[in-house]
Design a protein around this ligand. Structure first.
Ligand SMILES: Nc1ncnc2c1ncn2[C@@H]1O[C@H](COP(=O)(O)OP(=O)(O)OP(=O)(O)O)[C@@H](O)[C@H]1O
Ligand SMILES: [Mg+2]
Length: 377
């Protein structure tokens, strides 16, 4: 969050003397009450102070560093004919792994900031507006010289993928210099999520900032090639609190084949423990997951679901987990929350279901998921 020097001074004073009023602040700073009022209103707009009496924002927040893009689906009306035009039904939905995870966390009631890159085009503005509407802070999204990312899936009339084409140049071109202003937000976060779609040097910088601040990192490996690319970053000097691979991504992270059976998964997870990853949470689709921590293996069942569309399952799983960590859950309880969010997502037909918070609350038999969790946005 970009704060002016004056705003920072005011926050420092309020931390030391929470009961200072505007006149007292003005006296301490040698400025006018009017100037203090302007800074206070800006601080409250930025969420740094909440409510009357300048109560400082106390709740922890997550920062997700990752991709943001439009997912465009075109489904041919008749059997697709190649090398020519086909009438189709086309839909466009906000996507990108990091963006999806951030949206999920916000929908569950967590405070979350997205660090990503979009183009300076109407698609970018639209994507940010949609993301902000869901409750994600988008103040740290940077404008790229490249167009806003898109993933285009051409589907046959039966829904089978004919071809997928992606333009993630804006995410691929993210660099440390343009993200530097997010450093403070990252270093003071409750949880930092790394979507492995970001460039490796950016991921390395994020891990270092988090390590310096003692902030737990959740690493989402995304895919086998992205996991292989990010694997060399893992070492104990830049610890990862939890990684969330499926079995194939675990193999790519550990650098060796892994059979989808408990003993082999536990052995491969031990390789990652040796490289600074505390919890290796291995997702196995409908079979649930294994949470492998040093000296402890917890077997977690998936939550039963009638599958409508599995797209977004992994993103919801991670979102539920991170929300749980923010709410103060231990990793096992957080993982259970992840499975619930994932099951409700695969059952919904949406990649990120807009009613995720309500659906989770209903499933847990509560009216408001934030009521008993102590995490509010
Ligand atoms: N058929 C299903 N029934 C219930 N839950 C499911 C089902 N399929 C997936 N899930 C949930 O979604 C989670 C993530 O799915 P999966 O293990 O396939 O992850 P993934 O391979 O990383 O997928 P993604 O490509 O979405 O990242 C599972 O851990 C589980 O909680
Ligand atoms: Mg996944």
């Amino acid at each position: 969050m970009s704060l002016s020097p004056r705003e920072r001074e005011i926050l420092a004073l309020l931390r030391a003397q929470p009961l200072l009023d505007a006149a007292g602040l003005a006296r301490s700073l040698g400025t006018s009450k009017g100037a203090v009022a302007v800074a206070l209103s800006s601080l409250s707009q930025k969420g740094e102070i909440v409510g009357r009496g300048y109560v400082l924002r106390g709740e922890p927040w997550a920062v997700v560093v990752g991709g943001a893009a439009w997912d465009i689906k075109a489904r041919s009306l008749a059997t697709a004919r190649l090398h020519t035009s086909n009438p189709a039904v086309v839909s466009r939905m906000p996507g990108g792994v990091g963006r999806n995870i951030a949206e999920g966390i916000a929908l569950l009631g967590g405070r979350v900031h997205l660090v990503a890159a979009v183009g300076g085009d109407s698609g970018g503005r639209d994507l940010l507006a949609r993301t902000a509407e869901a409750g994600v802070y988008v103040d740290q999204v940077v404008t790229s010289p490249h167009p806003t990312g898109s993933y285009l899936a051409a589907l046959d009339t039966d829904g089978e993928l004919v071809i997928g084409l992606s333009d993630f140049a804006a995410t691929d071109a993210m660099d440390v210099a343009s993200l530097a202003r997010a450093q403070e937000l990252l270093g003071r976060a409750g949880v930092v999520v790394v979507d492995s779609n970001i460039p490796v040097e950016v991921a390395g910088w994020v891990l270092s900032v988090a390590a310096t601040g003692g902030v737990p990192v959740v690493l989402e490996p995304v895919s086998v090639p992205k996991a292989a690319r990010i694997a060399p970053l893992l070492d104990a000097t830049r610890p990862v609190f939890a990684a969330t691979p499926n079995v194939d991504e675990l193999a790519a992270l550990a650098g060796r084949p892994v059979a989808d059976e408990r003993a082999d998964i536990v052995d491969a997870a031990a390789v990652l423990h040796g490289r600074g990853v505390t919890h290796v949470w291995v997702s196995r689709g409908a079979a649930g997951s294994l949470l492998v921590s040093p000296g402890q293996v917890v077997v977690l069942d998936a939550v039963a679901a009638e599958v409508s569309d599995v797209t977004g399952a992994g993103d919801a799983l991670t979102a539920g987990f991170v929300y749980g960590l923010l709410a103060g859950d231990d990793p096992v309880a957080a993982a259970r929350r992840g499975h619930l969010a994932a099951a409700l997502t695969v059952a919904s037909g949406h990649t990120v279901r807009p009613d995720l918070g309500v659906a989770v609350a209903a499933a847990l038999g509560r009216r408001n998921p934030t009521e008993t969790e102590g995490v509010t946005r």
